[in-house]
Design a binder for this molecule. Structure first.
Ligand code: BGC
Length: 758
C-alpha cells in the first residue's frame, strides 16, 4: 500500500498518457474506457480517476447500506444482496462492484452460499490469542479470507480488538485479551491473512467498546427498541494517556501492522461523544496521527447525525441509511458538507478496494474447503488450549493404563459450545444441540454447539477403554458413573454473547456443584472448561487437572482429546487474567444502565492498569495470572544478557537468554519479556514488550533473543506524554523481566536510558 512515487507509478502514468493520446487518433481502438483498471497505477491514483467520473448520486450511493427496500408495507431484501450483514450496490458502468459484507470474526456468519449454507466455526479469538503465535493467527485469518471469498463476499467484518478491561465483557470471546501489544500483534497477523485473499478486513469496534455495558434480559431484549442494551447508552470514559497506551495502542498496532482496509466505529460514546462522530478518535488519532488510508464504517445503527458524523470522520453508514443517504446529499447541496469531504469518503473506499485486490480479483463463488479448514480450526484450538492445573502429572492420559473414563456434562457427547451474537457461525454439520429459544437469555438465540464430539474423540484415543457419557444434570447419577471409572472428565461451560455482559464469573447453572460431586468420588477428576471469559473455580483444590478450551470450534472435541492424551503438548498461555473473585476487579459490581434505562458512564479509572497491570499495581494475587499456562514438560531459563545496557532510546535492545527443555517430552514454551519503567514515569509495575514461542525437544537448550525496538508501532519503551501530546521516552533505569507468565519471572536485568539532550 505504499503510495510513494515509484517506477510502476511512472510507467502507469505513461501508459495512461499513451491511452489518452490513442483515443484521439482516428482508426485506433478507443480501448481505455476505464483507465482506473490499469493495475500498474497506484490504488490512490486509480481511486481518483474513478471519482472524477462519478456523479454526486453515485458518490452518495457508496456511502450507505442499501440491502433492503420498503415495498408493500414491509422491508424486502434486494435480490442482489447476498444475505450477509450489509450490502452497498456498486456502479456497474464504472466497474465498481457491489460491496457484500459479512460477519467473520470467528468464521463466516450468515453464510447464504457456504458449504451447504454453513461455514467453518473457528475457535474463539481468545483461543487464537492464547497461542501467542502470529503464524496461528495467520492460519485463522486465511480460513476467514478464503471462506468469505468462496461465499461471494468481498468485505469481512472481522475482527474485534477491544481490550478485556472487564472479564465479564460479553464479547471478550470475540476480542484478543487484555494486553494491547499481544492483542494488536495477533490481530494484525490475522487481518493481513484475510486481506491476502483479496477481501477487505475490518478492525472493530473503535473504540473502548470493552463491555456490552450491562445485560439485556430475554424479555427486555424483545423490547430492544424500548429498552436498548447498555452498549447504546454508555459513555466509556478514560483519560487520553491511558487510552493511547492501552485500548488505542491495540488498534494502532493492529491497523499499522496489517494495512487493514476498514475500521468500524463503536456503539458506545467515548468521553461523552459517540464513537462514530468522535472527531478526536476518527480525524485526529486514526486518520491524522496514524495516517489510516482506509474507510470508517459505523457499527450497525451507531450513526447519530449527518453533518457532524461526516465532518468528524465517519465515511460510511450501516445498518440503516438514515443519515448518509438523501440527508447527506442535501447537506452537500447546502454546503454543510464540502464535496471534497464526500470525495475523500469515496476515495477511501475505492482506494482500499483497489489496494486489497477486491476489484482486480473479485470473489468467485465455490464450495468452501470444509475438510481442510476444519483441520486449521483444530490446529488453532490445539495451540490455544491452556492447561491450568495438572497435579501429580494427571495428564497426559495414557490410553494403555486407563480402562474406564466417565465423560460428564455440557453436551460433550455431541459437541462443543460457541459464543452468541453477530459472530455466531452456522457450523458445517449444523448445531449439535437443539434447545428451546427461551433457554437463551438474549435476542441472538439460539445457543450453538459446534458438532464435534469430545466423547467420540476421547473414545478414539482410548479404543480399549470403556468410555461412558453422563449428561450431568442428575448429580447422583453423574457421581455414580464417576465413582465406577478410572478417570472422570467433567465438561463445564459459561455462555457469553454480544449484547450482554456476564452478571458474574460463575459457570452455567449448577455446574460448580456437579464438579464438586464428581470430584468427591473420583480423585482423578479433570475439568475441561468451555468459556468465553474467565470463570471462578471454587472446586479447584479438589480436582486434579483443568483445561481451558475457550470456545473450541469446528473440531474442538478432537483438539481437546489430543491435548488430554498428549498427542499435542499444551502450550497456550492466558491472554486474560483469571481472578479469584469479582471483588478483585476494578469494578466488583457489574456496571449497569440505571433503572428504567438512560445514559450512563463507565469510568475506567484504573487507566493504564488493565488486567495484570491492575493486579500487580494493587498487589492482588489472581487465581491464574496473565501469560500463565502449563506444559507436559518443564522449561528453565538462564544466561540473561541485555545489549546495550545503556541506550539513548533510539536503538534496538536485544534481550537474550537460554531456554532449556528440562523434561522428558517434546514441548513448546512462550518466553515472555516484560519491562518495568522508572518510577517517575508512572507506569504500572510492568508491561509486556515481547515474547518468543519455541518448540524444544527434551534436553535441548536454545538461545533466544527478543528484540525491543523503540521505533516499532508498539512503542515498547515509550509513554504517552500528555503535555506535548506525543510518545516520549524517559531517562532512567528500566528493569527487564523474563518469565513464563506475568507472575513467574525467572530472569531480571536492567537497561539504562539516557538521552543525549539531557
Ligand atoms: C455488531 C458488529 C457486527 C454488526 C453486523 C453489530 O451488532 O456490533 O460487530 O459487525 O452487528 O453484524
Amino acid at each position: 500500500m505504499n503510495e510513494s512515487i515509484n517506477i510502476f507509478k511512472i510507467s502507469g502514468l505513461l501508459t495512461l498518457l499513451a491511452f489518452t493520446l490513442m483515443a484521439y487518433i482516428p482508426g485506433v481502438a478507443q480501448e481505455p474506457q476505464r483507465p482506473w483498471m490499469n493495475t500498474s497505477l497506484s490504488p490512490g491514483v486509480r481511486a481518483d480517476l474513478l471519482i472524477k467520473q462519478m456523479t454526486l448520486e453515485q458518490k452518495i450511493q457508496l456511502l450507505h447500506e442499501s440491502s433492503a427496500v420498503y415495498k408493500r408495507g414491509g422491508w424486502q431484501y434486494v435480490p442482489a444482496a447476498l444475505g450477509g450483514d450489509g450490502y452497498v450496490p456498486g456502479i456497474a458502468p464504472l466497474g465498481i462492484p457491489d460491496l457484500q459484507l459479512v460477519g467473520a470474526g470467528l468464521g463466516v456468519t450468515n453464510s447464504g452460499r457456504g458449504y451447504k449454507g454453513r461455514s467453518t466455526a473457528l475457535p474463539s479469538s481468545l483461543a487464537e490469542t492464547a497461542s501467542w503465535d502470529p503464524k496461528v493467527a495467520a492460519e485463522f485469518g486465511t480460513v476467514i479470507g478464503k471462506e468469505t471469498r468462496d461465499e461471494g463476499f468481498n468485505v469481512s467484518l472481522g475482527g474485534g480488538i477491544d481490550l478485556a478491561r472487564d472479564p465479564r465483557g460479553g464479547r471478550n470471546f470475540e476480542y484478543h485479551g487484555e494486553d494491547p501489544i499481544l492483542a494488536g500483534t495477533i490481530i494484525a497477523s490475522e487481518l493481513r491473512a484475510i486481506q491476502a485473499q483479496h477481501v477487505v478486513a475490518t478492525i472493530k469496534h473503535y473504540a473502548l467498546n470493552d463491555q456490552e455495558a450491562g445485560r439485556t434480559q430475554w424479555l427486555s431484549s424483545i423490547l430492544h427498541v424500548i429498552q436498548p442494551s447498555g452498549r447504546f447508552l454508555v459513555s466509556a470514559n478514560l483519560d487520553v494517556r491511558s487510552m493511547r497506551e492501552t485500548d488505542l495502542l491495540a488498534f494502532e498496532i493492529g491497523i499499522k501492522e496489517s494495512g487493514v482496509g476498514a475500521v468500524m466505529c463503536a456503539y458506545n460514546r467515548v468521553n461523552g461523544v459517540y464513537s462514530c462522530q468522535n472527531s478526536y478518535l476518527l480525524n485526529d488519532v486514526l486518520k491524522k496521527d496514524w495516517d489510516f488510508k482506509g474507510w470508517v464504517m459505523s457499527d450497525w445503527g451507531a450513526t447519530h447525525s449527518t453533518v457532524k458524523a461526516a465532518l468528524s470522520g465517519l465515511d460510511q453508514e450501516f445498518y440503516a441509511s438514515r443519515y448518509f443517504s438523501w440527508r447527506l446529499k442535501k447537506a452537500v447541496n447546502e454546503n454543510l458538507v464540502p464535496m471534497s469531504r464526500i470525495d475523500n469518503m469515496d476515495h477511501r473506499i475505492l482506494r482500499t478496494l483497489f489496494a486489497v485486490g477486491a476489484i482486480d480479483h473479485p470473489p468467485v463463488v465455490k464450495p468452501i474447503d470444509a475438510r481442510a479448514d476444519a483441520l486449521v480450526a483444530q490446529h488453532v484450538e490445539e495451540q490455544g488450549i491452556v492447561l491450568l492445573k495438572n497435579t501429580g502429572n494427571q495428564l497426559p492420559l495414557n490410553p494403555s493404563s486407563v480402562h474406564s473414563i466417565a465423560v460428564v456434562g455440557s453436551h460433550a457427547d455431541v459437541g462443543v459450545l460457541s459464543g452468541g451474537g453477530s459472530s455466531q457461525v452456522d457450523p458445517v454439520g449444523g448445531n449439535a444441540v437443539s434447545l428451546p429459544l427461551t433457554s437463551t437469555p438474549h435476542i441472538y438465540a439460539p445457543k450453538v454447539w459446534d458438532p464435534s464430539s469430545p466423547l467420540k474423540a476421547v473414545q478414539a484415543m482410548a479404543p480399549n477403554a470403556v468410555v461412558k457419557y453422563n449428561v450431568g444434570t442428575d448429580f447422583a447419577s453423574a457421581a455414580k458413573l464417576a465413582a465406577a471409572s478410572d478417570i472422570a472428565i467433567v465438561f463445564a461451560n459459561q455462555w457469553s454473547t454480544e449484547g450482554a455482559d456476564l452478571p458474574n464469573l460463575d459457570l452455567s447453572g449448577d455446574e460448580n456443584q456437579l464438579i464438586e460431586q464428581v470430584a468427591a468420588v473420583n480423585p482423578h477428576t479433570i475439568v475441561v472448561l468451555e468459556t468465553g471469559d474467565p470463570v471462578l473455580m471454587p472446586w479447584l483444590d479438589r480436582v486434579s487437572a483443568v483445561l481451558e478450551s475457550w470456545y473450541p470450534g469446528q473440531r474442538g472435541g478432537e483438539a481437546i482429546a489430543n491435548i488430554l492424551f498428549g498427542v499435542v503438548d499444551p502450550s497456550g498461555k492466558l491472554p486474560i487474567t483469571f481472578p479469584r473473585s469479582e471483588s478483585q476487579l476494578p469494578r466488583p459490581r457489574l456496571p449497569m444502565p440505571p433503572p428504567g434505562g438512560g445514559y450512563f458512564d463507565i469510568n475506567y479509572f484504573e487507566g493504564l492498569k488493565v488486567g495484570y497491570k491492575w493486579y500487580e499495581a494493587n498487589k492482588i494475587q489472581p487465581l491464574f495470572p496473565f501469560g500463565y499456562g502449563l506444559s507436559y514438560t518443564n522449561f528453565s531459563f538462564s544466561g540473561l544478557q541485555i545489549t546495550p545496557t545503556l541506550t539513548d532510546g533510539s536503538q534496538s535492545i536485544q534481550v537474550s537468554f537460554d531456554l532449556k527443555n528440562d523434561g522428558a517430552r517434546d514441548g513448546a514454551e512462550v518466553a515472555q519479556v516484560y519491562l518495568g519503567f522508572p518510577a517517575v514515569v508512572g507506569e504500572p509495575p510492568k508491561r509486556l514488550v515481547g515474547w518468543a514461542k519455541l518448540d524444544l525437544p527434551p534436553g535441548k537448550t536454545r538461545r533466544v533473543t527478543v528484540t525491543i525496538d523503540p521505533k516499532s508501532v508498539a512503542h515498547p519503551l515509550s509513554f504517552w506524554n500528555f503535555s506535548v501530546d506525543h510518545w516520549d521516552i524517559a531517562n532512567g533505569v528500566y528493569t527487564v523481566y523474563v518469565g513464563d507468565s506475568s507472575a513467574d519471572i525467572h530472569l531480571t536485568g536492567t537497561i539504562e536510558v539516557r538521552h543525549p539532550r539531557s
